[in-house]
Design a protein around this ligand. Structure first.
Ligand SMILES: C[S@@+](CC[C@H](N)C(=O)[O-])C[C@H]1O[C@@H](n2cnc3c(N)ncnc32)[C@H](O)[C@@H]1O
Length: 279
């Protein structure tokens, strides 16, 4: 089932949290001279056109990147994200929004490698077009979970694995947990960042609890809700980061209040920042 298309949601508040976190991890990995590998399990189309019918349909980007574009907040993690978006939009108008592959492509060094899996034929073709021709980038039209088995561990022995499913089917929550456990066994030194939606509080806590009980050490939970918990619709989203950079929690302590202030609806937002599993 591949009915989800990220082009309708690109740049929304959930993308902001995910891409700020992703970029902070990439910047951390660049501090060491040794090359790293970026593995994206659900890559999407790579980049998105703001004027497209899809992005304009519900205008979700307006409550996400639209509120941050052109701003400088004085908080490093947020500003490095807005600077990257600005560098892709040199006219000063928000014309394009990067997907997770394009964010890493822009931020990485020439020595760093990227491996990307995406199943949807149209998104795969676009992804190939946007980032696939760059050096040290390989795009696979492959199932995310198969890709994790086939492509990890990377030769570099260091890097980020971004796991960003669309959770179209309930089974995805179980598959994420089982696949993370397997992938972590093969690449235990890797940083894994798993995105999740906040739809209902019960389901969210159940999923997070399941992740916390996988027996994997050193997990950080980062969550931002732009609305109070309700029974329908996505009110927020979160990231679970395995082996987070030691700077990430402190950086998030600074970034989350700023994101909340700028993105939450009517000041009704909330944030969570907690160590889910000890180091
Ligand atoms: C949330 S979007 C990814 C967004 C992207 N990571 C970003 O931040 O720009 C999820 C993507 O996963 C793809 N997808 C869904 N199931 C998949 C699977 N089993 N294997 C690979 N890709 C899948 C969908 O086609 C969709 O493009």
């Amino acid at each position: 089932m591949l009915s989800y298309r990220h082009s309708y949601h690109a740049g929304n508040f959930a993308d902001v949290l995910k891409h700020c976190t992703q970029l902070a991890i990439i910047e951390y990995l660049k501090k060491k001279e040794k090359p790293f590998c970026y593995h994206d399990t659900h890559s999407g189309a790579g980049g998105y056109t703001v004027a497209s019918a899809e992005m304009q349909k519900n205008g979700e980007y307006q409550s996400g990147v639209g509120k941050l574009f052109g701003r400088r907040t004085g908080v490093k993690m947020v500003d490095q994200y807005t600077d990257l978006i600005a560098s892709l939009n040199p006219t000063g108008r928000l014309n394009t929004y990067p997907g997770s592959p394009q964010i890493t492509l822009k931020a990485r060094r020439s020595i760093d490698r990227m491996q990307l899996t995406e199943l949807h034929p149209a998104d795969y073709s676009h992804l190939q077009e946007v980032v696939g021709k760059a050096k040290k980038v390989k795009v696979y039209q492959q199932d995310a979970w198969q890709g994790l088995k086939a492509l990890l561990p990377p030769a570099e022995k260091r890097g980020l694995v971004l796991i960003d499913p669309s959770y179209e089917v309930k089974q995805d929550y179980k598959t994420v947990a089982a696949s993370l456990q397997q992938a972590h066994k093969r690449f235990s030194s890797g940083i894994f960042a798993i995105w999740y939606p906040v739809l209902t509080r019960n389901a969210t806590e159940q999923f997070v609890g399941q992740m916390a009980n996988l027996g994997i050490r050193n997990m950080l939970r980062i969550e931002h809700c732009v609305l109070p918990d309700v029974e329908r619709g996505m009110t927020g989203s979160g990231m679970i980061v395995v082996n987070p950079p030691y700077t990430l929690k402190a950086d998030m302590e600074m970034a989350l209040p700023v994101l909340d202030q700028l993105l939450s609806e009517g000041g009704c937002g909330s944030t969570v920042l907690e160590q889910l599993a000890d180091e």
